[in-house]
Design a protein around this ligand. Structure first.
Ligand SMILES: [Zn+2]
Length: 235
């Protein structure tokens, strides 16, 4: 199976679904990560271009831990807007990887506008990628992939429908989070918050809800036509 995960910023995926991606990868599935913005707001001192370069490398290092293919889109951090150009680029990157399943940020419940837009643009394009009259350079997909929304920061406003037991992959997840050293330093200095600590606590809490040590939570938006026979795509 082929699984593609979309994030707004370098480090979103690491927080909310890296354990699930690590589990898929360990089972022999093909995994890809798409980062939509350049993370250029992620430093109080470095210029945008410089912190973007640092964060792209951090995200690539994290993806490499699980052997995930990595796509960097480079939109400006904090200003991800819906447009024909964004939709066409998202359709094209999906056509290139041809996933059976897509994980993305929650378009309805997340607090960050880039996060909700990341969820929205995937949702807005997940059928269009099969349409022959939409030309992007790569052949249309044959099937509409299943879409799941991942957890929100601190789980606020998010009601899980599915849990993935990531107990055996929590060390991999935290190693991926720690690749984002620039964000760990900044968030600790600015807000007194450790990102690795946050990721571990949230995974432990979702595990507590799910009856295991560590878990990640997802929900599935409903649409027509439903494909209930494929509900079991989460590992
Ligand atoms: Zn983010």
């Amino acid at each position: 199976m082929r699984i593609m995960a979309f994030e707004a910023h370098p480090d979103d995926i690491e927080h909310f679904c890296a354990g699930t991606l690590a589990k898929y990868a360990a089972q022999g599935h093909q995994v890809a990560i798409v980062c939509l913005t350049d993370g250029g707001c992620g430093s109080p001192t470095l210029p945008k271009e410089e912190i973007a370069r640092v964060r792209e490398q951090e995200a690539r290092n994290a993806a490499a831990i699980i052997g995930a293919e990595f796509f960097w889109m480079g939109y400006p951090d904090g200003f991800l807007f819906s447009s024909e150009e964004l939709r066409l680029r998202v359709i094209e990157v999906i056509r290139q990887f041809r996933p059976h399943l897509i994980l993305t940020l929650d378009k309805d419940n997340d607090y960050h506008p880039d996060h909700t837009m990341a969820g929205q643009v995937v949702w807005d394009t997940h059928v269009l990628m099969t349409v022959p009259n939409i030309k992007t350079g790569t052949e249309p997909c044959d099937v509409i992939p299943d879409v799941y929304f991942m957890d929100t920061p601190a789980g606020i406003n998010f009601t899980p429908e599915f849990y993935v037991d990531i107990t055996d992959h929590i060390d991999t997840k935290l190693a991926m989070v720690r690749c984002h050293a620039s964000q760990e330093t900044w968030c600790m200095d600015q807000y007194g918050v450790s990102l690795a600590d946050n990721a571990q606590v949230q995974s432990r809490f979702r595990g507590y809800q799910a009856g295991c040590k560590y878990a990640e939570a997802f929900r599935k938006p409903r649409f027509f036509p439903q494909k209930t026979a494929r509900e079991g795509l989460l590992p």
